[in-house]
Write a new protein. Structure first.
Length: 177
């Protein structure tokens, strides 16, 4: 796990790319990420076959100028404000904020690992409100943190060589076959 000084050094060397970068977001052992503007809200009442589907599953919602109220038991997709890029020997784990988790908010359902070798791209967040409160989601709100790890050796391949979500510019819905 990288310390705050090691994170800063990796950013300076270009091994970690964060766009836009804010040195105030570096904390002991992590970098705080913010919520981006584009949300994808699942359409209600659809039946989906995850292996054979061509339907539009989500409606877009922009929180640039207005917040979104996430209701209890509601799930949405969102994005980080920052684009994150990693060298072939650095990976990251996306972690939520304890304060938000105590309200019932989680920011990932399974996709916690940001693999080594990604070009700068946003991270799609899988946000779920497991709590009893309505939670107001606001653009540029600190929503989580990245914890970085350096491998003892560089990977032989890059995620960009085979990842189907490689190069995300905006919140990305599931890419179904």
């Amino acid at each position: 796990m990288l310390t705050d000084n090691e994170i800063q050094d990796a950013i300076t060397k270009g091994d970690i790319k964060i766009e836009p970068f804010d040195s105030n977001q570096i904390k002991p052992g992590n970098y705080k990420v913010k919520l981006g503007h584009k949300l994808l809200i699942p359409k209600k009442g659809l039946r989906v076959n995850p292996f054979n589907n061509s339907q539009v599953l989500y409606d877009e919602y922009d929180i640039s100028d207005k917040s979104y109220i996430l209701k209890p038991k509601e799930f949405i997709l969102a994005q980080t404000f920052e684009k994150i890029g990693l060298s072939k020997d650095i990976a990251a784990i996306l972690d939520g904020r304890s304060t938000l988790a105590r309200l019932g908010l989680s920011i990932h359902q399974s996709a916690q690992l940001i693999v080594a070798g990604e070009k700068p791209q946003i991270i799609t967040l899988e946000i779920y409100n497991a709590g009893e409160f309505e939670i107001e989601l606001i653009n540029n709100w600190q929503v989580g943190k990245l914890i970085f790890y350096r491998f003892s050796r560089e990977n032989t391949s890059r995620f960009d060589d085979f990842g189907k979500y490689s190069g995300q510019e905006e919140t990305t819905a599931p890419i179904l076959p």
